[in-house]
Design a protein around this ligand. Sequence first.
Ligand SMILES: C[S@@+](CC[C@H](N)C(=O)[O-])C[C@H]1O[C@@H](n2cnc3c(N)ncnc32)[C@H](O)[C@@H]1O
Length: 341
Amino acid sequence: MNATILSNNEKHYPVLLKEILSIISPQNGGTFIDCTFGQGGYSKSILKFSKTKVLAIDRDIDCKKIAENLERKNKKRFIFYNKKFSNIDQINCENLKIKAIIFDLGYSYTQIKDPEKGLSFENTGLLNMRMGINEFTASDVINKLEQNDLELIFKFFGDEKKSKLIAKKIVSERSRGLIDTQKLVKIINSSKKNNNKKTHNATKVFQALRIFVNKEISELVYGLIKSVKILEKNGLIVVVSFHSLEDKIIKYFFKSLSEQSKNSRYYPESVEKKKILKLETKKPIVPSKGEIAINNPSRSAKLRYAIKINNEKDFEKNFLKKFENLLEIERLSRKLWKICF
Ligand SMILES: C[S@@+](CC[C@H](N)C(=O)[O-])C[C@H]1O[C@@H](n2cnc3c(N)ncnc32)[C@H](O)[C@@H]1O
């Protein structure tokens, strides 16, 4: 999972910004929800157009300083909420016709580089990985969860082929003391040959841990469902993602809501469900060569968007069922609650 705002000269760089602005057309005004405020790249660009309003969300309280500055400069046009976007329904947007809801998933450059957040395998010290508003750390996961559970997390959230061996070695190693970031990297290195020089051995396990610690699957699933419910007809939902698991969920969500579906072939025609979304493009929009040249991590970004065309409320059952196995793995965290508290 790559930060969207890395660049070669370490300057803040919002991914696919030009493309997003051309989709949401802020020059015509309107109210927007920026679900992943980060360093404020998207929000600031939208607010440059005087007839716009932005409601911004981020789970990381460290964004507050940038947000407060923006609030001062754009009185009554900008509000920041330190929340998880799965709780988007808790922000007050009644009577506001939301023109677009935007997600730019993953982590900001500032977060990846913050040693206290411990998101990267290059860090030393305790495993953490909390983005904000979390219940437990990566250290709790690695040092307390059972071997089988660790294996499931690495396998399904990281697609790690050596998940069984790595989980086994973790459990054996932790009997000798707490496993920190560098110890975990050593365990992974000793379990894998590095045939792929471009990717670090620890990439997949670290991705899996970040997803689990931040419950990114439920965040995305419920963030998408609630956003579509908040939008009125003609509202847009725009999502930038950075790895295949996220994109798989987004692609399925958009596809299933933009197809006419019958509940069952045994049901009468009248039960046929209406399409809720309209997809403008089937293929994702990706960064140009020029953007990748100045911001290499943007190379894995994929932008998908859709327009709400129907106000049907009860649409999430199939979607939740489809990803129930992943949601169930995130629920393993309940075991940690019992162990830690
Ligand atoms: C890639 S950055 C966004 C960068 C932003 N578009 C910009 O231009 O500055 C992702 C941000 O989303 C936040 N985030 C990730 N998951 C979240 C969630 N479930 N709820 C709220 N914020 C979240 C992270 O804390 C991070 O600040």
